[in-house]
Design a protein around this ligand. Structure first.
Ligand SMILES: Cc1cc2nc3c(=O)[nH]c(=O)nc-3n(C[C@H](O)[C@H](O)[C@H](O)COP(=O)(O)OP(=O)(O)OC[C@H]3O[C@@H](n4cnc5c(N)ncnc54)[C@H](O)[C@@H]3O)c2cc1C
Length: 416
């Protein structure tokens, strides 16, 4: 049986960053990938997808964006190319088309079963992604069969949907982007809105993600976050990366003719039932945005940056529809398809080690998993608020692989 000091599961940017630092520390390892390098970007996004993080921010250890459009947003081909380039320059020992079907404890570490054979290893780095499966509420089974249902994994472009109205469920980054694209294709679109994070694309003349970066908001460490469980579950912000740097909040969608309804709560007798209280949901999101912008203003004032940026801005509150529908007959033909943009979850079905809690979350402390010699990367707020983003991996991977190196050197599980 082959043996390595470390096995890395997954060749997305997180697994490749782990490999980069393992190589830097001369730790022998292999990266196992069930598909191709950057598989989730290739297989699990829609055709018009662009990153919502700007090009200047898209960086991996030793690799930065060097194109002509630092303020632009990468297309899917560009992201895939960027991650592939990283694999090539860091000479990552990737085995593609090698699915890990089981990892279980064994003498001296772990026994890894793959579609290409058995491997023994001392340590495992789980970099298999945070978004392996779309989350869809169980009541989707009660939706009449005349209505087609899709998740973002199956959605590619509007032409694939039957003619007629679309109900998009979820108003985070994916939901608002798909609602806008479907509306632009000429269809009637209803968007079901629950808790969401509103952000303008630019603030005081700079990309809002520049503010997140520069002001240190994204640097906040996981052990400094007040409610970590909540921070890890926070929906993605309502942002889209377009060449025009447009803001895609609910007001923008309303102006495009998208109808807003409340959170989808149940299906009864072929009818979708939506929660009321949109006013509260909207004002909470508006308030949180205002608070965040206030933090940016304070930071700019305190660090003498006021002259470099535009004047403080405030945005119109989210307009509440005069009378939001509380139910919708799914049998009536008004809605021909539903796109569930209700989030994603990881899949640890292959992990035969008791380190996953009853909610399917990996038990870990800053990426040090609750199993000796086992580590994780690429999960929300793993070590910092920016952990799950491409530019967040460098510091996380360095620190997690530092821990792994100490573990290998000392032969005991050390904490923090
Ligand atoms: C819709 C969406 C939009 C996003 N937009 C942005 C953005 O604009 N900017 C940004 O910085 N981040 C964005 N992210 C977040 C993040 O950068 C991506 O999710 C990124 O793909 C995560 O990288 P990763 O390496 O952690 O996981 P992944 O890229 O998912 O890589 C995991 C890899 O593991 C492989 N794998 C899984 N299970 C196994 C197994 N059992 N055996 C072998 N291989 C396995 C998968 O095939 C995959 O290649 C977005 C995420 C989503 C879902």
């Amino acid at each position: 049986m082959e043996r390595f000091t470390a096995v890395v599961v997954g060749a997305g940017h997180a697994g490749l960053a782990a490999s980069h630092f393992l190589t830097e520390r001369s730790i022998d390892h292999v990266v196992l990938e069930r598909g191709e390098v950057a598989n989730s970007w290739r297989r699990e996004r829609w055709d018009s997808f662009r990153l919502l993080t700007p090009n200047w921010q898209t960086r991996l250890p030793g690799l930065s964006y060097e194109g002509q459009d630092p303020d632009g947003y990468m297309t899917m081909d560009e992201v895939t190319g960027f991650v592939e380039r990283f694999a090539a320059v860091s000479r990552a020992p990737v085995r593609t088309r090698t699915e890990v079907t089981s990892v279980r404890p064994a003498a001296g570490g772990y026994h890894v079963t793959t579609s290409g054979g058995e491997i023994g290893c001392r340590t495992v780095v789980i970099a298999s992604g945070a978004c392996n499966r779309p989350v869809v509420p169980p009541f989707h089974e009660a939706v009449p069969s005349s209505v087609e249902q899709l998740t973002p994994f199956g959605y590619r472009e509007p032409g694939q949907l039957p003619d007629g109205g679309v109900l998009v469920v979820g108003a985070s980054a994916t939901g608002v982007q798909l609602a806008a694209e479907l509306r632009r294709s000429g269809r009637p679109v209803i968007l079901s809105v629950g808790e969401h994070v509103r952000l303008p694309r630019t603030y005081r003349g700079r990309d809002v993600l520049w503010w997140m970066d520069a002001s240190g908001v994204w640097d906040q460490r996981y052990d400094e976050v007040e409610d970590l469980t909540r921070a890890r579950r926070l929906p993605s912000p309502q942002l889209v990366g377009t060449p025009e740097r447009t803001t895609l909040d609910l007001n923008a969608l309303t102006a495009m003719g998208v109808e807003l309804v409340g959170r989808w709560a149940a299906v009864r007798d072929g009818r979708a039932l939506f929660s009321g209280g949109l006013r509260n949901v909207f004002s909470l999101a508006d308030l949180k945005m205002e608070r965040l912008l206030g933090t940016f203003d304070e930071w700019a004032g305190a660090t003498g940056r006021d002259a470099e940026v535009g004047p403080p801005e405030r945005f119109a509150p989210t307009a509440v529809p005069a009378s939001a529908r509380l139910q919708l007959d799914l049998r009536g033909g008004e809605i021909r398809s539903i796109v569930w943009a209700t989030g994603f979850r990881p899949d640890y079905g292959w992990l035969d080690v008791p380190v996953v809690d009853e909610k399917g979350r990996l038990r870990h402390d800053g990426g040090v998993v609750d199993g000796p010699g086992m580590y994780a990367l690429g999960l929300p707020v793993l070590r910092r608020r920016r952990s799950t983003f491409i530019h967040g991996i460098e510091s996380d991977a360095r620190e997690v692989i530092d821990h792994l190196a100490r573990y290998v050197a000392q032969g005991s599980n050390i904490r923090k």
